[in-house]
Design a protein. Structure first.
Ligand code: ADP
Length: 168
């Protein structure tokens, strides 16, 4: 089964909407297999956004620095979700990067409205609630970067208990 990394960014924690957003993933049937609140250092975010992701290469120094600074404003909640084609489906639920253009029905479209120019005028990342792994390769690298193997759990949801033969 496929796994993907979600990070509840500082803005979602500060706005007390973590539960509401998490409910959307649970309602879609995804299984939470790892979760923790942490406040990583700059090196950790540097690797996340440029070593694994390619934010500085793609969007430049200013956006990269604004993103690292915004992520460091407070703790974040990191979570691993498991499900069928989890990476692609979760990205669809999250929506496009800029809340202004993210479609209604997506997390970024429903919980935010801000745009790139407003963010750059204050030297911050555009506040868009959550991070979600972009593809399967990044998901594998990000999960290994954020979680130790023993922090990721293997268990069954209620419906899995009900639909599988005894002993499983
Ligand atoms: P995504 O998070 O949708 O995968 P990126 O990897 O391109 O998008 O960017 C990482 C994060 O950097 C974004 O979620 C956003 O917070 C910030 N960001 C990206 N582009 C911009 C921009 N043009 N202006 C402000 N912040 C940006």
């Amino acid at each position: 089964m496929e796994q993907t990394l979600i990070i509840f960014k500082p803005d979602s924690i500060q706005r007390s909407i973590v539960g509401e957003v998490m409910t959307r993933f649970e309602r879609a049937g995804f299984k939470i297999v790892a979760i923790k609140m942490i406040k990583p250092n700059r090196e950790h975010y540097h690797k996340h956004y440029e070593g694994i992701g390619t934010l500085k290469t793609r969007k430049g120094e200013e956006i990269f620095e604004g993103t690292l600074s915004s992520m460091s404003e407070g703790p974040v909640i990191a979570m691993v979700l498991e499900g069928v084609e989890a990476v692609e489906v979760v990205r669809k639920m999250v929506g496009s990067t800029e809340p202004k253009t993210a479609l209604p029905g997506t997390i970024r479209g429903d919980f935010a409205h801000v745009n790139y120019s407003q963010a750059s005028s204050v030297g911050k990342a555009v506040a868009n609630i959550v991070h979600a792994s972009a593809d399967i390769k990044e998901a594998k690298q990000e999960i290994a970067h954020w979680f130790k193997a023993e922090e990721i759990f293997d268990y069954k949801l209620a419906h899995e208990h009900l639909t599988q033969p005894k002993g499983n």
